[in-house]
Design a protein. Structure first.
Length: 492
């Protein structure tokens, strides 16, 4: 029992550490979004979203996944206290990221007319995309430093770098929006990337180790496995970025640029509130799962424990989100964005299902079955894209929220079917109980919003929120003693 509580505690600790930085970043992003909404409106936010989604598509393709891949080698060397290996790996990695930066610049310049035509229906933004190619240099260099911080487990410096980077980016962007309006979008993106690079340079100086000479022959030899692993991850990232870009472009062409802004703003709110959970899974859960994947009892136990805590945390966070959506939109954005309310509230119902899809998705990757993982990801992303295009066409922004529910419901059944037949895995009763309760309470909140009048709507929402917080807190306490957490916090 103590071992189980320790495992739950480890999961929760990782969620709080890695999620804390994510929460702050989301807070900065939402503040930025609030000012952007006021200063350049939905059209400006839509322009910003389309430009960034186009850049992310190119970045995902040209980065070759070397940052994610190199973390593994740097961390391995760091854990063995092999300083020579750390220096050698980082030297190879630095050369690789310079290659990816140049690759990104060339690709952006070459494909800028196509990106503009695909996103905006004409070539009017070709020059904008060309200017934005500069960000690949700053992004690659700062990303390399953050990779070093992650690999050497300098979590304190990594957290501070993210916090200061967010603040500096906000300070740089807002005056440009204020003085130049929508024309300040492109300069703001470039200067924000440069500001983040300057912040990362400061924190790189905190890590003291001498550079090491590495021949180009050794660079190619040592860099080959980094690139090979990175490419498999890149294919998945390209797919996700392509889906996002295609959806934004479709909304822009068949709807309006304001619809793109409303969707981007709504999506930012939904993803922002649950970002800490998914960040913790990507940063901590996957390495721990990979470490026990050869022990069937241990990895199945870990997956169920991770799923339970994910649902408990999401259960509380999401019921608060769905009941305060109109207020949050007014506070974080402006009344102009209230049209995204229905999308946000329907999309919230998909998040518990998304959480489970993420939890079990890492099983295939940890098992090393890259082909199966790629196949599953392609099918899942095509399902999401297909439903999004179909439901937006018929039901507008609200349809995008409904499509997410159906997409992740189908993806959940699809993933569980594969895992049961391939690895003999299935969730325990506790996971299904928490999932059912979360979906039922969120659905009741949604029904009260659309069917009840004031003050009955507020009474129903308050009762549901109180029940959810009480019950999920009880479930949390069964796994991790809240009293012990408070005592540790008090002692600190």
């Amino acid at each position: 029992m103590s071992e189980t509580k320790s495992s739950y505690g480890s999961i929760m600790k990782a969620t709080s550490i890695f999620g804390g930085v994510q929460v702050f970043n989301i807070f900065i992003t939402l503040i930025r979004g609030k000012f952007v909404a006021i200063l350049i409106g939905t059209a400006g936010m839509g322009l910003n979203g389309l430009l960034l989604s186009g850049l992310n598509l190119i970045k995902t393709f040209t980065s070759l996944g070397v940052a994610e891949s190199a973390v593994k080698d740097i961390a391995k060397a760091h854990n063995s206290n092999d300083k020579v290996h750390i220096r050698t790996t980082f030297q190879v990695f630095k050369r690789l990221i310079w290659f990816t930066a140049i690759f990104g610049i060339i690709a952006t310049i070459v494909f800028s007319p196509l990106l503009s035509k695909f996103a905006f229906g004409d070539t009017s933004k070709t020059i904008s995309f060309m200017w934005l190619s500069i960000t690949f240099v700053f992004g690659a260099l700062s990303g390399g430093i953050y990779t070093l911080l992650r690999g050497t487990r300098q979590l304190k410096y990594l957290a501070q770098a993210n916090i200061f980077g967010g603040i500096v980016g906000l300070i740089v962007a807002l005056p440009l929006f204020y003085f130049y309006g929508i024309d300040g979008v492109v300069p703001a993106i470039i200067l924000t990337a440069f500001a983040n690079y300057l912040v990362s340079l400061y924190f790189k100086s905190k890590i003291k180790f001498e550079p090491i000479a590495v021949s180009w022959q050794d660079t190619f030899q040592l860099g080959k496995p980094i690139v090979q692993l990175g490419l498999s991850l890149t294919l998945i990232n390209i797919l996700a970025a392509g889906v996002a870009f295609t959806l934004n472009a479709f909304i822009s062409k068949t709807g309006t640029l304001s619809d793109v802004g409303l969707y981007s703003a709504g999506n930012a709110i939904v993803e922002g509130y649950v970002g800490m959970v998914f960040t913790a899974m990507a940063t901590d859960y996957f390495p721990r799962l990979a470490g026990v994947i050869s022990d069937e009892l241990k990895w199945k136990k870990l997956v169920n424990e991770q799923a339970e805590l994910v649902l408990i945390i999401l259960g509380i966070v999401l019921v608060l989100l769905i009941t305060t959506t109109p207020l949050l939109i007014r506070i974080l954005l402006s009344k102009e964005f209230l049209a995204s309310q229905n999308f946000i509230q329907f999309a919230v119902l998909a998040i518990p299902l998304k959480g489970l899809v993420w939890v079990v998705g890492y099983i295939i990757l940890a098992k090393g079955n890259n082909k199966l993982f790629l196949t599953v990801e392609i099918i899942a992303n095509l399902i999401v894209l297909g439903f999004n295009l179909l439901f937006y066409h018929f039901f507008g922004l609200t349809g995008l929220g409904i499509s997410l529910i159906l997409s992740y419901l189908i993806s959940s059944f699809f993933m569980l079917f594969i895992l049961k037949n391939k690895y003999g895995f299935q969730f325990n009763f506790g996971v299904y109980k928490l999932l059912s309760l979360s979906l039922v309470t969120l659905s009741l909140c949604l029904l009260s919003v659309h069917l009840l009048e004031n003050p009955y709507m507020y009474i129903a929402e308050i009762l549901i929120v109180l029940f959810v917080i009480s019950y999920f807190t009880y479930e949390f306490n069964q796994r991790i003693s809240i009293k012990s957490i408070l005592e540790k916090f008090k002692n600190r």
